[in-house]
Design a protein around this ligand. Structure first.
Ligand code: KG4
Ligand code: ZN
Length: 368
């Protein structure tokens, strides 16, 4: 079957056409129009500006997705759209456009949870037959997924497809939010994650080349919040405040590239230490067959590498699964992937033809 998927929950206008067959998903097109440069001027996403850009871009992005996929609209079997969580003015553009197309083309419409999309990015382009059907290959259930994005930090246990148990989450800021806030403190611009990770890796090579880092930079150390707590929750707001204090003590140091690089490195390492430690502890407790990651922060190469190393060392029999980097960041193919698995499990498929009348955008949609 062919799914046209649409995603506009934040600052990317995205459309994709995916093909689902058996338990496989192929991406025929995946168009993402980013508004990052626009929002960078404001230091973060401005909801109404985002909505205006989505409005300008949504039709061209959908047209390009269809064109590239070489699938005619009559051959689309389902339209999938992010219904939440996200910014309401932004969500509404994707939702109303897909409702219009659903009505016009007389195609079923399915609303998808943004985080479910991130999780299902792991199933794109791979043979993901579950163990129940095929013992030899693919992603095995149960899965423990570390979801790390701009709005979410959660450890989610999936006994099977579409079954979600949140076993831990952030009590304050999300990991991506912490990256973005710390980048702002360090004058590194928006979005913060890519900027901090770039500078952190530059710092690693400075140290590796044995250039002598200055004394102050060497003595930098930040807390690893909640790393020792017995639960699987997180807290990143204190870490951000710790960076703020360091900078407030000596604002002139923001001009010192080595200082900024050393802080970036230490901050990133503090976040990774907590994420890795909690994920491994949760896995020891819940005994999944697969550990996976999802969400924008999962594009971070150090996080990917260090979690992989920790899984191999502590849980050698557990499979480690990561999405392709382009599917870690916001995109519509992941929304299509989640919709495909939902569609497969639906008994009453007929009801989706009338969904254009009643799906609503929900800024705080819960994962069910
Ligand atoms: O999933 P996503 O694209 O949007 C949301 O659903 O929130 O995640 C965006 C977040 C931003 O906070 C961004 O700074 C962070 O992901 N991010 C990264 C990296 N790339 C994006 N954080 C750390 N390292 C990266 N390489
Ligand atoms: Zn996202």
């Amino acid at each position: 079957m062919h799914i046209l998927a649409i995603e506009t929950s934040c600052d990317e206008t995205a459309a994709a056409v995916i093909r689902g067959q058996g338990e496989k998903i192929g991406v025929l097109s995946n168009i993402v129009s980013s508004q990052v440069q626009l929002h960078a001027q404001w230091g973060g996403v401005v909801p109404n500006l985002a909505a205006r850009e989505h409005l300008k871009n949504i039709i061209p992005v959908i047209e390009r997705a269809l064109e590239k996929s070489k699938i005619a609209s009559r051959d689309i079997d389902l339209i999938a759209v992010t219904a939440g969580p996200g910014l309401i003015p932004a969500l509404l553009i994707g939702l109303n456009t897909s409702k219009t197309l659903s009505y016009l083309w007389q195609k079923p419409l399915m609303g998808i949870h943004h985080i479910e999309g991130h999780i299902y990015a792991n199933f794109i382009g791979k043979n993901q037959k579950s163990e129940i059907r095929n013992k030899k290959s693919g992603i095995k259930f149960p899965i423990l997924c570390l979801v790390v994005s701009g709005g979410h930090t959660q450890l989610i246990y999936m006994k099977n497809h579409l079954s979600y148990k949140i076993i831990g989450q952030t009590l304050d800021d999300a990991a991506g939010e912490a990256f973005d806030k710390v980048a702002r403190i360090l004058n590194l611009g928006y979005p913060g994650g890519p900027a901090i990770s770039r500078i952190a890796s530059a710092w690693t090579s400075i140290v590796q080349k044995k250039h002598k880092p200055d004394r102050h930079s060497m003595s930098l150390s930040l807390p690893r919040p909640m790393i020792g707590s017995k639960d699987f929750n997180f807290s990143f707001s204190g870490l951000k405040t710790a960076v703020l204090y360091l900078v407030k003590k000596a604002p002139v140091k923001l001009k010192d590239k080595k200082f900024v690089a050393a802080i970036s490195h230490e901050f990133q390492q503090a976040v990774i230490d907590v994420l890795v430690s909690k994920t491994i502890n949760a896995a020891k407790n819940y005994k999944p067959k697969t550990i996976s990651i999802a969400g924008g922060v999962s594009a971070n190469l150090e996080l990917r590498k260090q979690l992989e190393k920790a899984v191999k060392k502590n849980l050698p029999h557990v499979q480690y699964q990561t999405p392709d980097i382009k599917y870690s960041l916001d995109n519509a193919a992941m929304i299509g992937a989640a919709a495909y698995f939902r569609w497969q499990s639906e008994k009453n498929k007929k009801k989706f033809i009338n969904h254009w009348k009643n799906i609503e955008a929900d800024a705080n949609l819960k994962l069910k």
